[in-house]
Design a protein around this ligand. Structure first.
Ligand code: SF4
Length: 195
């Protein structure tokens, strides 16, 4: 078994969520809030992408793109994920580019950031080149491109989360609740969870 970015996003929302879903296998009620949290529609609406257009846009923002690999399905020992584009730059770094069927509202959601961090880890393990930024394209904001910095710490956090998820699943560990109590209010497991 390998994890998807959704597993990581759920774990970061609350480690106990992972326990209810994957150890006890309690189905979730997928209400609107949950769908937002999980970023469900990230890939299920196939997007019309004008790849040359995106390449020019990135180039104009001062980032010369020298290589591009589209629709990359990548795996490593712990994770798997489908990256819309892997971009290569003249300085030897790579970056994931992910298209969102969404409007840009002056802030990048943490779920989108986590997804890019997961992709960065997958790209580094598969391509053997460093990743220190990612890009989001908001198709409902005239294909606006937003750059997201990615640090070693971001990648390490995702790796740690992946290992912790396997600890919960493999050893049936009942994890601590999230410290953010506000999350319990809308959590799909609020009726079964001891808070
Ligand atoms: S109710 Fe709260 S503590 Fe329990 S799984 Fe949901 S977010 Fe975590």
């Amino acid at each position: 078994m390998t994890l998807t970015p959704s597993h990581i996003i759920e774990y970061l929302f609350c480690p106990r969520f992972t326990y209810f879903e994957y150890v006890l296998a309690i189905p979730q009620h997928e209400d609107d809030n949950y769908k937002v949290m999980r970023g469900r529609n990230l890939h299920d609406e196939r997007l019309e992408r004008n790849k040359d257009y995106l390449r020019r846009r990135l180039g104009r923002s001062g980032v010369p793109v020298t290589e591009k690999y589209t629709d990359q399905y990548l795996t490593n020992d712990l994770m798997r994920g489908a990256v819309d584009e892997v971009l290569g730059f003249g300085d030897g770094t790579l970056a994931p580019l992910d298209c969102k069927f969404a409007e840009y509202k002056d802030k990048v959601y943490s779920t989108y950031q986590t997804q890019l961090y997961c992709y960065a880890w997958l790209i580094e393990t598969n391509f053997g080149q460093p990743v220190n930024r990612g890009f989001l394209v908001y198709t409902r904001s005239n294909n606006r491109v937003v750059e997201v910095p990615i640090t070693d710490r971001h990648k390490a956090d995702v790796m740690r989360a992946a290992e912790a998820i396997f600890d919960i699943i493999d050893r049936n560990l009942f994890p601590k609740a999230t410290k953010h109590k506000a999350r319990c209010v809308t959590c799909t497991y609020r009726n079964v969870c001891i808070k």
